[in-house]
Design a protein around this ligand. Structure first.
Ligand code: C2O
Ligand code: CU
Ligand code: CU
Length: 476
């Protein structure tokens, strides 16, 4: 325990901060797996989940309690799990002492339930969105989205997973025993001073970048493997940091799912990249007594220098057999792009603008007919950004004219946009219409989002686009 702390203190010295922690961890702490949130099932079958945003104290470093925020506890949030067809009702109570929101990142739902910056929850207030889950199995998540303070709220600990199951893919037999062979890994970087104080020291371009990487809120973690195959659901829950994830022994693993659902077939890889907000589901095979470190290696995007050990897997002497990696996955149908698909262009410049404008809560930037499939061109004129669209699922058509790597050809809602490049997306919009309540699209580097690299779109009844008001009354 104490060795880990000494190593930490070393990491905090100036100059070493951007180089990573490689070789300094002792993997002393058991990985915490966020508990599953039990719903109350009401008379009509609705599954009601309660989340309370609250302040608390967490031992992020042994013996050094840190002031943090969390849902239903001092840090991070429980895992919400629901299946296709479920009616869900959320009760989100804000005990933070300042306004916030909770956004269901990856969820396809009416705009008023989305939890973006227009659905503020005042201190002491409770917000009660409800909707019916109607989308494929996926690893979604939830986090605050108050305009201007999202980065701080997420960094202090407000984030949780929202796992979606689908009876249609249950038969694949993928590992699904939560916390045993189906394990979420929430990757977040923090700056912790030697007393355990969580420092908020935003870098000018990238915002909150830390030199300690926590997995599910645990510093220096290990995970005990008890099965021959493990499914990991990896979330980049950081404000800006990129992760280039691989195993230290360079073993191959299989990507089975992207942000919004499963791939057509498992894709073997040695390394995957996740930008903030992205998720990947992977399958990893283990042999008895395997010990292997999962790490993130330095990239060349300008926001991800450093080699970081993340987590050590320690396999038991005997492992419970699991079926092998399936040859095919029940694929979500590919997004069909009609020949006359509408194309829209989004130009990212600096760190606070899209198409030359900062986010304005009172301005509707785009009006989309319900059910449309469109091609969105996201052109990045500067350094690295990424792009997330609420409500939709999209596929990456190409990056500078090149097909994306095979493991990214699944349904997504967030995509990395390298510096000075253009990403084309086939975007499928949903059917919930509401001309007065916008959804967001934005860079998921949270400082950029907070500063205004965000826009708003509404989904409306086809044919009514021209008559939709482009301004909204503001309440802020
Ligand atoms: Cu993960 Cu608009 O957010
Ligand atoms: Cu979102
Ligand atoms: Cu950005």
């Amino acid at each position: 325990m104490f060795a880990g702390l000494a190593a930490l203190a070393g990491c905090g010295s100036p100059g070493s901060a951007s180089k990573g922690n490689s070789g300094t961890l002792t993997f002393a702490n058991r990985l915490r797996v966020p508990p599953l949130l039990e719903p109350v099932v009401t008379k009509d079958g609705t599954r009601q989940f309660s989340l309370t945003m609250q302040a608390g104290r967490t031992e992020l470093l042994p013996g050094r309690p840190t002031a943090t925020w969390g849902f239903n506890g001092p840090f991070l949030g429980p895992t919400v799990r629901a299946k296709r067809g479920d009616r869900v009702a959320m009760r989100v109570h804000n005990k933070l002492g300042e306004p916030s929101t909770v956004h269901w990142h990856g969820m396809r739902l009416p705009a008023a339930m989305d939890g973006g910056p227009h659905q503020m929850i005042e201190p002491g207030g409770t917000w009660t969105p409800r909707w019916t889950i109607d989308q494929p199995a996926a690893t979604s998540w939830y986090h605050p989205h108050p305009h201007g303070t999202t980065a701080a709220h997420v960094y202090r600990g407000l984030a949780g997973l929202f796992l979606l199951d689908d009876p249609a893919t249950a038969a694949l037999g993928l590992p699904s025993t939560y916390g045993v062979d189906d394990v979420p890994l929430v990757l977040q970087d923090k700056i912790l001073d030697p007393n355990g104080v969580l420092l908020e020291d935003p870098k000018p371009t990238w915002g909150l970048i830390g030199d300690q990487i926590l997995v599910n809120g645990v510093h220096d973690p290990f995970f005990e493997v008890t099965t021959t195959l493990v499914r990991l659901r990896i979330l980049n829950g950081s404000s800006a940091r990129m992760y280039h994830v691989e195993f230290a022994d360079r073993r191959r693993f299989h990507v089975i799912g992207t942000d919004a659902g499963l791939l057509a077939a498992p894709v073997p890889v040695e390394r995957v990249q996740l930008s903030p907000g992205e998720r990947l589901e992977i399958l990893v095979e283990f042999a008895p007594r395997d010990q292997v470190v999962l790490r993130s290696v330095a990239g060349d995007n300008g926001i991800d220098e450093g080699d970081y050990d993340l987590l050590k897997f320690v396999a038991a002497d005997r492992l419970t057999p699991r079926p092998p990696v399936p040859g095919r996955l029940a694929a979500t149908p590919r997004i069909e792009v009609p020949a006359d698909a509408r194309e829209r262009r989004f130009r990212l410049s600096g760190s606070d603008e899209i198409n030359g404008r900062e986010m304005d809560m009172a301005r509707i930037d785009e009006v989309v007919p319900a059910g449309a499939t469109e091609i969105w061109h996201v052109e990045n004129t500067v350094y690295a950004h990424n792009f997330h669209i609420h409500e939709v699922a999209f596929e990456v058509l190409d990056i500078d004219g090149q097909q994306p790597p095979a493991y990214l050809r699944g349904p997504k809602d967030t995509v990395f946009v390298p510096g000075k490049s253009t990403v084309r997306l086939a975007v499928q919009f949903g059917h919930f219409t509401d001309p007065k309540t916008p959804y967001m699209y934005h860079c998921h580097i949270l400082r950029h989002e907070d500063k205004g690299m965000m826009g708003q779109f509404v989904i409306v009844r086809p044919g009514t686009e021209a008559s939709v008001p482009r301004t909204l009354p503001t309440h802020h």
